[in-house]
Design a protein around this ligand. Structure first.
Ligand SMILES: *Cc1c(COP(=O)(O)O)cnc(C)c1O
Length: 241
């Protein structure tokens, strides 16, 4: 094993340990949390090392970059490639045809395009609905900081649930950047409450997954119910933009 692979593996296993501890603290099964290792803005060599270190799910933010990598690493067919960044409508075809999972579905328009391209490609795409629980203008997702207004977009959610080629599996959020992990906690709790709200509005739908938590606050996210955490720098190191 190369030194690079070894150091990534060490940090990966340490993160899995910390997830297990946080899950136990919250009386959750450690196996209920999946670790997405974020390789955005990392080279192909580093991304290959991440896979060789034993990582099963990779997260990418930019469709072309992700597709370049997954097409360059075809020997690792068991790895899942998750899209976690904002997808522009004109990139919908690339995402529909190549990725295994989309965490960041943030508009009805994008949903309809993805559904069409998935149909053409003969695939179904599991997706999470991205909510902006902090209410920041700069962030993607449906605005959800004001609980009294959650009703406003249930009609859009209903339309997305009816699209035949998208499989809604839950919710995702990226909270405002805080000084401490505890600063993220109220936003994680809000996403979980939103999950409960949607489940009550659409009892036949599946909202079981909650994608929340990054390098500095993933343990808090696990304690608050995350089923996916998205960890980049803490495992892979700093990015080259
Ligand atoms: C970059 C990114 C992450 C990972 O952030 P780190 O601080 O490197 O752990 C997680 N989620 C999203 C949406 C990201 O863009």
């Amino acid at each position: 094993m190369s030194e690079l692979v070894e150091s990534i593996r060490e940090r990966y296993l340490a993160a899995l340990d910390r997830i297990a501890v946080a899950a136990k603290k919250a009386e959750r099964a450690p196996g209920s949390v999946k670790l997405v290792v974020v390789t955005k803005a990392q080279s192909l060599e580093v991304t290959r090392a991440v896979i060789e270190a034993g990582v099963k799910i990779l997260g990418e933010n930019y469709p072309e970059e992700g597709v370049m990598k997954l097409q360059s690493l075809p020997e690792f067919s068991a790895v899942e490639w998750h899209m976690i960044g904002h997808v522009q409508s004109r990139k919908a075809r690339i995402v529909a045809g190549n990725f295994d999972f989309l965490h960041s579905l943030d508009s009805l328009k994008l949903a309809k395009r993805l559904d069409r391209f998935c149909g053409e490609a003969g695939r179904a795409l599991p997706v999470l609905l991205e909510f902006n629980v902090g209410g920041e203008e700069s962030k993607g997702g449906w605005f959800a900081s004001d609980e009294s207004r959650w009703q406003e977009w249930t009609a859009e959610v209903a339309e997305i649930l009816a699209l035949p080629n998208l499989k809604v599996r839950g919710l995702m959020t990226m909270p405002p950047f805080g000084e401490t992990a505890d600063a993220s906690r109220p936003f994680f709790v809000r996403l979980r409450r939103l999950q409960e709200f949607l489940a009550s509005q659409f009892p036949q739908a599946d909202f079981r997954e909650l994608s929340m938590g990054t390098s500095f606050d993933y343990e808090a996210a696990v304690e608050e119910g995350a089923t996916f955490v998205r960890v980049g720098t803490a495992i892979v190191g700093s990015r080259n933009y």
